[in-house]
Structure formats: structure tokens, C-alpha cells
Design a protein around this ligand. Structure first.
Ligand SMILES: [Cu+2]
Length: 370
């Protein structure tokens, strides 16, 4: 074959190949291109997988972070709980001074009674303590007789509650029995860390209970450290019976008068609230009568009764019955504006012997005018 012939043949073969290639391209790409595409797809897939892997790693890292946070919170909580018995160390001390002294108290409507008081008021100051808070209550005896102090409803060491008693520092066993307590003019400090939430009241210990009847009492409330639902308003109500002595000059007859916080109706200050508020009342019955206490227009949510743990679910009542010495904690949702009454349901407890109404156990419960 000549050189030209060979060239012509090669051209023909090349043309045929080009034709075949064109056909293959038309049919969906050359095998070589197909291979290239596969490689591209694989690379893209690998890149995608890599991205997803990175994303998963990131998610894992964030989960790990969350787990670490949770672990940290758990260990902090455990530490706090382990530290509980030692709570209060290094904290400032909550100090309160109580002065036991005699005073004439106006029960309202000209009725006066000679009372024993803490700080010149009946009831004594309302004390608000916190779980774990170091507390010092200093009692100054300005009475003419010995006294003592008991924290009713609080769980305290024997070495604190009801002191002073025989054998303690402030007293001597050689002293006559009546002299063993906090003598007139003496001062005694009660130091403790409350560890359990409580709605209690302080008063002289059992040896001196007559002093309580004469006015020596006041609320002592221990608030929990973690409060899930705190009220907007909180107040304590002490129901008691006070004997008013006959007055030669005034012509006043001796009589028993039922009082709430040292006042008889209609002279008891009204409880004032606003729509939407949640009120918490700590109610103590120190009288010798059973009192069915009813609030009109509202319902009472009984939160605790006689030192119970907070009752869950709360019991709803429109009347709470308080036997002598009973104490209850009730919440009220102020959702019915108007002027209402919180009063005993027994007629003889809301009027006096002459039939005058209201007298005794009735408090106005009203909404502030806005
Ligand atoms: Cu008591």
C-alpha cells in the first residue's frame, strides 16, 4: 500500500470511530465520560457523607455539652444537699429582739384589757425565717414574773426549745422552782437554724401557758428555701378570748371578748386585697372554742394544717373548722371584687352578750378601690 492509501484507510477508520463516538454520545455519553461522571458522583457523595458526618459530630458535641451541663447541675445539687446540715455557716445571722412587757390593749369600742405583750403589741411581731438561715431570737424579760419561750410548730433541738428550764445556764437548781426560768430583768438568746418549713407561733412554754392567754404569742413562719409558688400577700390571724375586767370608774362589766389579732369586731382592721392576688393566711385558734371560719364569695385552699407537709393536692373549702389549738394555712385567690366577710358561722361568736352585731370574730375582706 502506498503512503496515500494508508492515510486514506486511516481517515476512513477515524471517520468511522468519530461516527461511533457521536452515536454513543447521542445514546448517553461516551464510556469514558460515563466513567468520569461516576467518579464525580462518587466524590460528591463522599463530600456529602463527610458533611453529614461533620454535622453528626457537631450534634454529638452539643449533646455531650448538654450532658456535661446536666452532670454539673447534678453534682452541684448533690453538693448543696450534702451541705444542707451545714447550711448557714458564714451566713449573716437573722436577729430579732422580743421584749415581754405588760400593757393595756384596746380591743376596740372602748373595751380595754390588761395584757402581757411582746414589744407592746398583741399578737407579738410576725417573724419570717428561712430554711437554713442562722437565727437568733433574744428575749428580754421586762415582766414582774419569770417567763420562757417555746417555738410551737418548729422542729428544733431540745437544747433550744422551751428554754430556759431547770439546769440550764440562766438558772440554778438550788433556786425555788418558780425562779428557774428567765427571771425579771434577764435576757436570753435562742440560737438555731430552722431546717423544716413551718407555720408556727412562739409563746411561753407550758409552765407559763397562762401568760400566753394574756397575750404572749406571735407567728413564726419558716419559709422553704425553694418556693415554687409564693403568695402575693401573707398575714397571720390569731383567734383568742380575752377577759375584760370590770371597771369601777368606767362602769364596765367583766366579760369575755373574742378577738382576732387583739381586736374585736367591728374594730378588726379589714383585710385589703386587689384582683388577681394570691393571699396566704396563717390562722391560729388560741381560744377554748371551736370556730367555723367562713369567707363569703371565695373559697379557701387549705395548704397545711397543724404542721402537715404542704397538702397536695390542696383541699378546697369555703369554711375551715378550727378546734381549740388548731392552726391552718389557707390560700385565697382574690378573683371576686367587692366587700366580703371572713367570719365565724356561729352567731354567738359574731355578737356580744347583749346581742350587738357584729362583735367578736368577723373581719371585713375587701378589694382596694382602683
Ligand atoms: Cu405551743
Amino acid at each position: 500500500m502506498s503512503q496515500e492509501q494508508k492515510l486514506g484507510q486511516a481517515k476512513t477508520v477515524a471517520r468511522a470511530l468519530v461516527g461511533l463516538l457521536s452515536l454513543l454520545i447521542l445514546l448517553g455519553g461516551s464510556p469514558a465520560m460515563a466513567q468520569f461522571n461516576e467518579v464525580d458522583d462518587l466524590a460528591a457523595e463522599q463530600a456529602k457523607e463527610k458533611q453529614e458526618l461533620e454535622k453528626m459530630k457537631q450534634e454529638l458535641r452539643s449533646i455531650k455539652g448538654e450532658v456535661n451541663d446536666a452532670m454539673r447541675s447534678m453534682s452541684e445539687l448533690t453538693q448543696t444537699m450534702q451541705e444542707r446540715p451545714m447550711a448557714g455557716a458564714g451566713q449573716p445571722v437573722h436577729e430579732v429582739h422580743l421584749f415581754a412587757k405588760e400593757k393595756d390593749i384596746d380591743l376596740g369600742g372602748g373595751k380595754k384589757a390588761h395584757c402581757l405583750t411582746y414589744n407592746g403589741q398583741v399578737p407579738g411581731p410576725e417573724l419570717h425565717l428561712k430554711e437554713g438561715e442562722p437565727t437568733r431570737i433574744v428575749l428580754h424579760n421586762e415582766l414582774t414574773v419569770p417567763t420562757s419561750l417555746h417555738f410551737h410548730g418548729l422542729v428544733l433541738p431540745h437544747t433550744v426549745d422551751g428554754l430556759p428550764r431547770a439546769g440550764t445556764a440562766a438558772t440554778k437548781d438550788s433556786q425555788p422552782k418558780s425562779e428557774r426560768y428567765l427571771r425579771p430583768g434577764e435576757i436570753y438568746a435562742y440560737q438555731f437554724i430552722p431546717t423544716v418549713q413551718a407555720s408556727g407561733y412562739y409563746h411561753p412554754q407550758v409552765m407559763h401557758l397562762k401568760q400566753r392567754d394574756l397575750g404572749l404569742y406571735g407567728a413564726i413562719i419558716v419559709h422553704p428555701r425553694l418556693n415554687s409558688r409564693s403568695p402575693d400577700q401573707e398575714l397571720s390571724l390569731f383567734i383568742n378570748k380575752v377577759t375584760v375586767a370590770a371597771g369601777k370608774e368606767s362602769g364596765q362589766k367583766a366579760q369575755d371578748v373574742l378577738v382576732i389579732n387583739g381586736k374585736t369586731a367591728p374594730h378588726i382592721p379589714a383585710i385589703e386585697t386587689s384582683p388577681g392576688k394570691r393571699l396566704r393566711l396563717h390562722i391560729f385558734n388560741l381560744s377554748d372554742q371551736a370556730v367555723p371560719l367562713h369567707l363569703s364569695g371565695h373559697r379557701l385552699e387549705v395548704v397545711a394544717s397543724n404542721g402537715s407537709d404542704p397538702l397536695e393536692p390542696h383541699v378546697i373549702r369555703d369554711t375551715v373548722n378550727l378546734n381549740p389549738s388548731d392552726r391552718v394555712v389557707v390560700d385565697i385567690l382574690a378573683d371576686n371584687p367587692g366587700v366580703w366577710s371572713l367570719a365565724s358561722d356561729r352567731p354567738n361568736q359574731v355578737s356580744d352578750k347583749e346581742g350587738n352585731f357584729p362583735s367578736g370574730l368577723a373581719v371585713v375582706f375587701k378589694y382596694k378601690v382602683q
